[in-house]
Design a protein around this ligand. Structure first.
Ligand SMILES: [Zn+2]
Length: 95
């Protein structure tokens, strides 16, 4: 699936709006169709290098959306649930 995302490629260089490929959710992950989003202070800290994140990173985690798909082992959410995402680095993502 394709999606539009605000991507940080390099600290201090700002965000670029890009079309990205989105995989199906892996174990413990969900796929959310965002209805609204923004850039928060955590994102600004990553953009300025005060917080370190793996790059490139998709920023703009604050907002609201609807769960489209759930990955294996997800038991507390299901498609159609309305959610508010929180800031957290993904575990185990190295590429
Ligand atoms: Zn935030």
């Amino acid at each position: 699936m394709k999606a539009k995302a605000a991507v940080l490629f390099e600290v201090g260089k700002g965000l670029k709006l890009c079309e990205i490929d989105v995989e199906d959710p892996r174990e413990g992950q969900i796929l959310v169709r965002m209805a609204a989003g923004g850039i928060c202070h955590s994102d600004l800290h990553i953009m300025t290098g005060h917080l370190v994140a793996p790059l490139p990173s998709v920023l703009g985690h604050e907002g609201a959306g609807v769960v489209e798909k759930v990955g294996p082992a997800v038991t507390t959410l299901r498609p159609g649930d309305h959610i508010i995402p929180l800031f957290r680095f993904a575990e185990g993502l190295s590429s």
